[in-house]
Design a protein around this ligand. Structure first.
Ligand code: NAD
Length: 479
């Protein structure tokens, strides 16, 4: 197999080391071999981006618009092929993979529009005759470090605003899913973008990622991934005064009240907790259910899970694909053991499944009789494992929902306007959903959380300019 190379300074560069990209639905299927960059190659990419920034920062908004529009259009035109690649390397079902590809395309097209809407302010000075202009300028070379669970959407939602506001990019995708990032780089390389403005360096976090964090030429780092790696990013960036933004874990609550529409609540819970194999930072892993509806909710959720099809991500009719790799599967199974030891009841699933091909298949696990102080209710598992916590009423539900170190997304299922409004105001999460799953967000509005889930300004939508630009205040006295 030929190696997919890194894209540095406008060239596809060979690397001495490569990484097999394995299909988690079929371990005998190698999606491709992808280059692993060294520290030196990463430094070359940063140097190329630094050089390119000298002119790219003054590029016209029309040029940037046209490049982003080209990228977005091609992604959408190739949604089926890119969706298939995504499902093959990450294990999302094909409809989920295609949906993510479309979303990535829409993000590029949204930011193509944003290029034309970069705003500033003009104010009078307090001094006579002086005018004050406040403008947004690019920050420089940005390092983008992404996780495995959204292999095309997360790179897209960092690359698109970075380029739209005139920055140069060095991106390091997760080692498990280099295929989508490479395909995206291939499209970007043909978009008319000048050499060095965009660079792809695939490889290990400890090498490539660390080289990005350590390099003083990288003005800002946008990171999505685990809390553990996020704290390394924070420490390295703070030490050298670089700007940084972190999107990390979640342990998202979905509250189900007695007055909820039962079908809708079960839909929200099953989709939010188990679709995309539960491998979403916004997954509803804590289902907080009031006692009047609790037993009916459990029965209906179990009945729904009975009918849920787990299997090869590319097979028609499959609703839940495999877990992404062996390490993640071991982590999920370990937490299922921990849940049992803590005294929770495994009401459904939690077993490794056999399918036609050798893959990391796990049946969705639903724990009941869970207390919110149990580890399975507090720690991010990042798999198809959900916990049900029974509560007396809305007030207790709200307290339990907020009793977590995380604060990314939170949901409530209710037909009461009073409780929905109160929850929207009092939830300590960055995103709140009423009668909708906690996962599944739009591409044109801000995304991000509070507490241990996020640090820094929001991603996506027009709020992305807070991270990818710096503000200048200019005073003029016309003579
Ligand atoms: P991870 O932290 O292991 O890896 C994330 C990225 O950091 C990868 O590209 C990795 O190679 C890189 N990295 C690892 N060590 C590094 C180092 N020393 N220096 C620099 N970079 C380094 O996370 P993951 O396992 O890929 O992703 C799963 C996690 O991501 C989960 O915790 C999930 O909640 C989180 N996530 C959060 C969001 C969000 O927006 N909040 C979205 C998706 C995923």
């Amino acid at each position: 197999m030929t190696m997919h190379r890194n894209f540095i300074a406008g060239d596809w560069r060979d690397a001495s080391d490569g990484n097999d990209n394995i299909n988690p639905s079929n371990l005998g299927d190698v999606v491709g071999v992808y280059a692993r960059a060294s520290r030196t190659e990463t430094e070359d990419a940063i140097a190329a981006a630094t050089e390119a920034f000298k002119t790219w920062q003054f590029s016209t908004i029309q040029q940037r618009h046209d490049i982003l529009e080209f990228i977005g259009n091609e992604i959408i035109a190739r949604k089926e092929e890119l969706g298939r690649l995504l499902s093959r390397e990450e294990g999302k079902t094909l409809p989920e993979g295609m949906g993510e590809a479309v979303r990535a395309g829409q993000i590029f097209k949204f930011f193509a529009g944003e290029c034309l809407r970069i705003e500033g302010d003009r104010l009078d000075s307090v001094r006579p005759g002086v005018g004050v202009e406040i403008t947004r300028e690019p920050i420089g070379v940005v390092g983008l470090i992404t996780p495995w669970n959204f292999p095309i959407a997360i790179p897209a939602w960092k690359i698109a605003p970075a380029l739209a506001y005139g920055n140069c990019v060095v991106i390091k995708p997760a080692e498990l899913v280099p295929g989508c990032a490479w395909a995206l780089a291939d499209i970007i390389s043909r978009s008319g973008i000048p050499d060095g403005v965009f660079n792809l360096v695939m490889g290990k976090g400890s090498q490539v990622g660390q080289a990005i964090l350590d390099n003083r030429a990288v003005a800002a780092v946008s990171f999505t991934g685990s809390v553990q790696t996020g704290s390394l990013v924070a420490a390295a960036c703070s030490a050298r005064g670089a700007k940084f933004q972190l999107e990390m874990g979640g342990k998202n609550p979905l509250v189900v009240l007695d007055d909820a529409d039962l079908d809708n609540a079960v839909d929200c819970a099953v989709q939010g907790a188990f679709f995309s194999t539960g491998q979403r930072c916004t997954a509803s892993s804590r289902l907080i259910v009031t006692e009047g509806i609790h037993d009916r909710f459990i029965e209906a959720a179990k009945a729904r899970l009975e009918k849920t099809v787990v299997g090869d991500a590319l097979k028609e009719g499959v609703q839940i694909g495999p877990v992404v790799d062996e390490t993640q599967l071991a982590q999920d199974l370990n937490y299922i053991d921990i849940g049992r030891q803590e005294g929770a009841t495994l009401a459904f699933g939690g077993e490794r499944l056999e399918r036609d091909t050798d893959g990391f298949y796990l049946s969705p696990a639903l724990f009941t009789d869970v207390r919110n102080d149990m580890r399975i209710a507090q720690e991010e598992i990042f798999g198809p494992v959900a916990t049900v916590i029974k509560v007396k009423d809305y007030d207790e539900a709200l307290t339990v929902a907020n009793d977590t170190a995380f604060g990314l997304s939170a949901g409530i299922c209710t037909t009461s306007l009073k409780y929905a409004s109160d929850f929207k105001r009092k939830s300590q999460a960055g995103m709140v959903m009423v009668n909708l799953p906690t996962a599944g967000v739009d591409y044109h509005v801000p995304f991000g959380g509070r507490k241990g889930s996020s640090y820094g300004s929001r991603e996506q939508g027009r709020y992305a300019d807070e991270f990818y630009t710096t503000v200048k205040t200019a005073y003029t006295l016309p003579l």
